[in-house]
Design a protein around this ligand. Structure first.
Ligand code: HEM
Length: 473
């Protein structure tokens, strides 16, 4: 009779020894366990690399090897180099052409005429969101069908007619800001306009959502502390995007309440939770005029299925609308005011136009309505140019087509692939917007009809298609 011995990590064990005996012998020592885990991890990473480079459906798409292999490539440019991946992406397109694989699973397009193929309406094809870190923070819902169901009633709340009915809420808060600013006149005190504008837009949006809206405009410091928190949060988005599990860990009840205490990050969410509970205890306000009702009242008394909004339900939606509606608007306003102050010759036509409109209000006490203001051509051009320069979203928000392979720029992009484009490069295309870095409202007034048509096609501050901005009206 002969025996066969087993060689493990250079040591010899008789084959007759059972696994249990091995486990109880000196075989499973810590150094060996670590080596074993190391070997398994190496094999896993090696196989994943082979898959991502040669076997996956995107293997043939052009792009740098590191971007195809790992998300750490994007992490380096966005976190270590401070949000610079969008610039690197442009370099990659110069090297690889209009279609580039920018992460292991995402294709980026740098060909503006392809925008209409990517950001489509539901009648063209279904579009899912791409929840790389959390769909809760950026979209009403991820899957197309649920999103469509939920968007229709929300779109109604933000339709032009609905917004016109609550115009007085906006006007009141603008008047409040003007009062506050006039107090600074002649004092030599410096006002932080970013915080002042953010307080304005925060109060306006919260008056649309909540029965007890915020009063940041009433804060002596325009709530500067809150905006510091917000900046901190915004910077961490790239980290959350790279390590999405952090978001779910922070969402656990204990940590969530800790984060809430320290950062006030979920302040709107909590406020909405409290209001929904109160609203549900009383009959609907729906019979009252729209001027008196709020979005939460509509939601809480609607027949919408709350769980379709995800775990956070209506409060999560309230938080999304509050954040999306306040900061994009204040950023756009800040951008416009900054450029106008830097180039006073561009303020003069605006001043003349507005003085003309105001002069029609003889008593000087009433203010022009939005219906009057929206007809002012130079004001509209200033707003359009401000939105072009403010960009909208700097983050890529890829679209995913669950049911269709889509041909773009000669490449067939397999269904299920996140496809993105960068608004910044659309708005900075010098062939469409000459001197794109210059704030030039007149470009919207002097362009020929054909030029204007092209400009409108490339102008996408609110994105386009079924997932475009709810609040763009
Ligand atoms: C200057 C102002 C604004 C800009 C530039 C802007 C920009 C955008 C963009 C680009 C998107 C699409 C994101 C994506 O591609 O996935 C978006 C979505 C959204 N925006 Fe705005 N937005 C503005 C104002 C507002 C306002 C005032 C509100 C609400 C009061 C709002 C609420 C939303 C919501 C809820 C979404 C998600 C839509 C969905 O998931 O279907 N935004 N916004």
């Amino acid at each position: 009779m002969f025996t066969v011995d087993v060689h493990v990590f250079g040591e010899v064990y008789p084959a007759s020894q059972s696994f249990t005996e091995l486990a109880h012998s000196s075989f499973l020592t810590w150094p060996r366990i670590i080596k074993l885990v190391g070997v398994c991890a190496f094999v896993y990473v090696f196989m994943l690399a082979i898959y991502r480079l040669y076997l996956c459906p995107l293997a043939s798409f052009p792009g740098p090897v590191l971007a195809k292999l790992t998300h750490w490539y994007e992490f380096y440019y966005n976190v270590v180099r401070g949000g610079k991946y969008y610039e690197k992406i442009r370099e990659l397109h110069a090297k690889y052409g209009p279609v580039v694989r920018v992460t292991p699973e995402e294709i980026h397009i740098m060909e503006p005429s392809a925008y209409k193929e990517v950001f489509v309406f539901g009648v063209v094809r279904k579009t899912n969101a791409y929840p790389r870190f959390s769909n809760d923070m950026t979209a009403i819902s991820t899957p197309h069908d649920v999103h469509r169901r939920l968007r229709v009633p929300i779109d109604k709340l933000f339709a032009r007619a609905s917004i016109l009915r609550i115009e007085s809420r906006v006007a009141d808060r603008v008047a409040r800001l003007c009062d506050r600013l006039s107090c600074y006149q002649g004092t030599g005190q410096v006002v932080n306009l970013t915080n002042a504008l953010s307080s304005l837009t925060t109060d306006v949006i919260s008056s649309v959502i909540f029965e007890e809206p915020s009063d940041y405009l009433g804060d002596p410091d325009f709530n500067g502390e809150w905006y510091e928190t917000l900046k901190w949060g915004t910077r961490s988005v790239f980290i959350f995007k790279h390590l999405p599990w952090i978001v779910s860990v922070l969402g656990r009840p204990l940590l969530r309440s800790l984060v809430t205490r320290i950062t006030r990050w979920t302040v709107w969410d909590e406020k909405a939770r409290r209001e929904v509970l109160l609203i549900r205890k009383r009959p609907s306000d729906a019979e009252q005029t729209r001027e008196k009702t709020t979005i939460l009242d509509h939601l809480a008394h609607s027949d919408l299925v709350e769980s379709e909004f995800g775990n956070g339900g209506f409060p999560r939606l309230a938080q999304l609308i509050q954040q999306a509606g306040a900061h994009n608007v204040s950023h756009a306003l800040g951008t416009i005011i900054t450029y106008l102050l830097l180039e006073p010759e561009k303020i003069d036509p605006l001043r003349r136009e507005l003085e003309d409109i105001w002069s029609k209000h003889d008593d000087r006490l009433s203010v022009p309505s939005w219906l009057e203001l929206e007809k002012a051509p130079y004001l509209s051009a200033v707003v359009a140019e401000g939105l072009r320069m403010a960009i909208g979203g700097m983050n890529r928000t890829p679209r995913v087509f669950p049911n269709d392979d889509v041909k773009i720029c000669g490449w067939v992009i397999p269904r299920g692939t996140p496809v993105s484009m960068t608004t910044h490069w659309m708005h900075m295309d010098p062939t469409v917007f000459p001197n794109p870095e210059c704030f030039e409202p007149n470009r919207w007034l002097t362009a020929s009809p054909d030029e204007l048509k092209v400009m409108q096609t490339y102008y996408v501050p609110f994105a386009k298609g079924s997932r475009a901005c709810v609040g763009q009206k």
